[in-house]
Design a protein around this ligand. Sequence first.
Ligand SMILES: [Zn+2]
Length: 104
Amino acid sequence: MSDLTADCPLQCLASVLPRVIYAALETGLGNPAATVGDVVALCEQGKLTELPNISYGRLGRIRFYLLVLGLLEPEYGESRWPNRRDQIVVVHGEGCLGGEGDPG
Ligand SMILES: [Zn+2]
């Protein structure tokens, strides 16, 4: 079991995020080749809520998971959020080389 990386396809977040939030992200990005890194970048740029169906409440949930997974630097106050890493099970999507298998 390995962690999510920025290179993971968006699909890998499906195992982590609540289903409705993942669906909103997938639809909002509208890019079959989108990666976890794209979500992290939008988060860092404060642009995630510009996507349809991503409210500030959902942004908070997304930030929480990205932070716990170590993909995002915590902003003020967030570093005190409880670390639930051991409770999050990452299942890499099909077509992801980050999980298992050696590409070369
Ligand atoms: Zn992956």
